[in-house]
Write a protein that binds this ligand. Structure first.
Ligand code: ARG
Ligand code: MN
Ligand code: MN
Ligand code: MN
Length: 312
């Protein structure tokens, strides 16, 4: 297994400072070493440098449109390059608006994708339905083919080609969905395992059904977009938009183990870790170490234990 890590220190998809420190705190918690220890070849591509955008006035209600557009164009090219080099891409955010560029670059490199979006939120508002104007709550709308007629022309967004079909998208962990988002999800018939379904079915059946649903016909490469706020805030409080009633640490890790098992994982986003949102050092620590554990789970770490294949 080889992993290519891209740091995306970007926060303008939402209003709270600190989330741009995500890539550095996740690396500082030993991500590279841990992945290497479990047998991965790791290449760190470093942090992207995003251009300053001046006069980035809101368009309608939508904030920092030009900065988000240009940052994601950069990121899309970076993920494309990591895939061209033959690695599984790991994008460390940064806020969840970065999924636009990450999914786009991934698809540019490999074609059709399955997207597994693990989040308390659906992030599928269009620029017109968004109640907050924050683009991290809109990411999916820009890449979904079925929503293109609903997306107005925006500066620095013209490079985006919608590249995901609604039938190739599965949500897990939802519990804070805006009314317009709920309407969109129902209209498009998107597969959703909200926290209700996690309660009803248990995480094992949710993952079984996710894989049955996505792989019933052709097996497409998986894009796993993991918002740390999917996990319960008692475990991962250091994030911008925590919502009570989330996935347990164990459910969160189980998702990564099962995705790894498919052998189809091709790109991962780990987003919304914000060290400035923790009340104490312990809260930050718990959030960051959970993010690292989730990534280790994506790349073969098993809770039963592991040993190298040439072990004797
Ligand atoms: N639904 C809200 C909005 O559109 C919250 C989105 C939160 N998204 C996130 N990536 N944490 O603004
Ligand atoms: Mn290409
Ligand atoms: Mn979220
Ligand atoms: Mn999100």
């Amino acid at each position: 297994r080889s992993v290519g890590i891209i740091g995306a220190p970007f926060c303008k998809g939402q209003p709270r400072g600190g989330v741009e420190r995500g890539p550095d705190v996740i690396r500082a918690a030993g991500l590279l070493h841990k992945l290497q220890e479990q047998g991965c070849a790791v290449k760190d591509y470093g942090n992207l440098v995003f251009e300053e955008v001046v006069d980035d006035e809101p368009i309608g209600r939508v904030k920092h449109v030009r900065a988000v557009g240009s940052a994601n164009q950069r990121l899309s090219e970076a993920v494309h390059a990591v895939k061209r080099d033959g690695h599984t891409s790991v994008m460390l955010g940064g806020d969840h608006s970065l999924a636009i560029g990450s999914i786009h670059g991934h698809s540019a490199a490999v074609g059709e994708l399955s997207v597994i979006w693990v989040d308390a939120h659906a992030d599928i508002n269009t620029p017109l339905t968004s109640p907050t104007g924050n683009i991290h709550g809109q990411s999916m709308s820009y890449v979904l083919r079925e929503l293109q007629s609903k997306i107005p022309v925006l500066p620095n967004f013209s490079w985006i080609r919608p590249c995901v079909s609604a039938k190739d998208l599965v949500y897990i962990g939802l519990r804070d969905v805006d009314p317009e988002e709920h309407y969109i999800l129902k209209l498009l018939g998107v597969k959703v395992f909200s926290m209700s379904e996690v309660d009803q079915l248990g995480i094992a059946r949710v993952m079984e059904e996710t894989c049955d649903y996505l792989f019933s016909k052709v097996k497409k490469p998986i894009h796993l977009s993991y918002d740390i706020d999917a996990i319960d805030p008692s475990v991962t409080p250091a994030t911008g938009t925590p919502v009570v009633g989330g996935l347990t640490y164990r459910e969160g890790v189980y998702i990564t183990e099962q995705v790894c098992q498919t052998g189809l994982l091709s790109a991962v986003d780990m987003v919304e870790v914000n060290p400035l949102r923790g009340q104490t050092e312990e809260e930050v620590q718990s959030t960051v170490s959970t993010a690292v554990d989730l990534l280790c789970g994506c790349f073969g770490r098993l809770r039963e234990g592991n040993h190298p294949s040439d072990y004797r």
